[in-house]
Design a protein around this ligand. Structure first.
Ligand SMILES: [Zn+2]
Length: 482
């Protein structure tokens, strides 16, 4: 036992030495000032309250969306940043009318985004299981011309380790197997309806996709075991090219100005409520992190861009536009890390695509933990999809974020008509701001960063390792052939 503890002691000493070797002595005071500044003067909660109260939802391409873009721009300007709009045009979608009748009974339903401008489908309903490829392969003709009933998530009792697909990927599969429409049912109980895009490409889909409540969906699955069911789905929606703008504030680096850290979060939201959690807490944290840098006149080595993306919900439109511009200019090579805050709340640690800078992340976390022991300094790594880090990651740019948490109560309102300001916890929002500001400062001021732009052949392997080949192929974003 003694031998073990001595060895453990040496290993611990070694890792602490390595970790702390990554940080700079000055950081401890800087982090303390960040902590005090945020605790004392954070405006994230009050700014989000005002935005959700005076603007409402922030749907891309809508009047509200444009107001939100100006609101964010004016805030960053008021913190004396060099701010600019990055306009982009994109196919956008907004909902119109809908009616869903099943066996002559009307059901509460919302359309999923990018459903057809006009649809009027009446057809038998079939149970699609989890709506995964393996479900269709059981009888590939079963859903042809029918309306398929599938869950947004995985059904209770599904096989361990089964990978769920995103609702857009499930819709693409239903289309591939010639279904006439898709009725999704929510996983969250309580009669809650969920929206979100059902398109993997961001363009209109050929069949209507709607969401009904969990209770109605499970009930229909039971009824389908007893009798035939017919459904009628009627809808009208708007689709067309809209103008929107990312908002970018820049802080020039001191000694390494040609290296850049991008911190971003999407400002846009869906229209069923005010998008307080998705992504009010993330985007207004980014704005308040910028406010904290300005208030403390922080001047790290590398350049920082604070970016509020629009169009995330419609298919990462703003972050794709940002990366397309950065590739055109060649400036994407300067980006050493992209930090994404999407529904990030009350961090307990940090994450990154790779482990190359784990020691640095841990050393930053150690200083944070010395200031506040509620910070657990966890570290995780891996690749995933479906938020604004994705276009950066698919160009080999290292991405990172914070390991936060949200209660089941809050998560059940994801993309739903109950995602409103009363769900926001002020203390947890402040925690997101202070611990993210510390991470950002550490990455922007570190003497060296180990993670580099990932070469394409290595990136391909990493994506396969992380089970992302199939979803990217379905989305038409897998550029490595078969
Ligand atoms: Zn989001």
């Amino acid at each position: 036992m003694i031998y073990k503890s001595i060895t453990y002691g040496i290993v611990l000493l070694f890792s602490v030495t390595v970790a702390s070797a990554q940080s700079k002595p000055a950081w401890s005071n800087v982090f303390k000032s960040i902590n005090e500044e945020v605790e004392k003067s954070s405006a994230a909660y009050s700014n989000l309250k005002e935005a959700t109260g005076s603007i409402g939802h922030r749907l891309t391409g809508s009047e509200n969306g444009a107001k939100a873009e100006q609101f964010a721009y004016d805030l960053l300007k008021s913190y004396n940043f060099d701010v600019r709009f990055q306009p982009f045009e994109a196919e956008s979608w907004s909902r119109g009318t809908i009616s869903v009748t099943i066996n002559d009974k009307a059901y509460k339903a919302v359309a999923l985004a990018h459903s057809p401008v006009k649809a009027d489908v009446t057809a038998p309903v079939v149970d699609g299981g989890n709506g995964l490829e393996e479900d269709y392969k059981k009888d590939s003709a079963a859903v042809k011309g029918k309306i398929v009933l599938v869950p947004i998530g995985l059904l209770p009792g599904s096989a361990q380790g089964l990978h769920n697909l995103h609702r857009s990927e499930k819709t693409a599969l239903a289309t591939k197997y010639a279904a006439a429409g898709v009725i999704f049912f929510n996983v969250a109980p309580g009669g809650i309806l969920l929206t979100g895009t059902a398109s993997v490409t961001g363009s209109l889909i050929p069949i209507p996709a709607v969401c009904i409540s969990n209770e109605d969906g499970m009930q229909l699955k039971e009824e389908l075991k007893q009798k035939a069911i017919s459904a009628s789905v009627k809808m009208s929606n708007f689709s067309g090219t809209v103008k929107s703008r990312n908002i970018i504030a820049m802080l020039k680096g001191k000694s390494l100005p040609n290296e850049k850290i991008v911190i971003g979060g999407h400002l846009d939201s869906w229209d069923l409520a005010t998008g307080a959690i998705d992504n009010g807490i993330g985007s207004f944290s980014v704005i308040d992190i910028a406010r904290t840098f300005a208030a403390l006149k922080l001047q790290p080595a590398r350049t920082i861009e604070f970016v509020l993306f629009m169009g995330e919900e419609e298919g990462l439109l703003g972050s794709k536009a940002y990366i397309a511009q950065a590739i055109k200019e060649g400036s994407y090579k300067k980006i050493r890390y992209m930090l994404n805050l999407d529904m990030s709340n009350d961090p307990r640690g940090y994450n990154a695509t790779s482990e190359e800078d784990k020691a640095l992340f841990q050393s930053i976390g150690q200083i944070a933990q010395a200031i506040d022991t509620s910070f657990k300094n966890t570290f995780s790594s891996g690749f995933d999809l479906h938020s604004d880090h994705q276009p950066f990651m698919l160009r080999g740019i290292p991405t990172a974020g914070v390991n936060g948490h949200l209660s089941r109560e809050v998560l059940r309102c994801y993309h739903a008509d109950c995602d409103s300001f009363d769900l926001v916890n002020e203390t947890e929002l402040k925690n997101t701001v202070r611990f993210s500001t510390m991470l950002l400062y550490g990455l922007a001021d570190a003497s060296a960063l180990q993670a580099k732009l990932i070469p394409d052949n290595i990136l391909k392997e990493k994506l396969i390792e992380n089970n992302l080949k199939e979803p990217l192929q379905i989305a038409g974003e897998w550029r490595w052939g078969n």
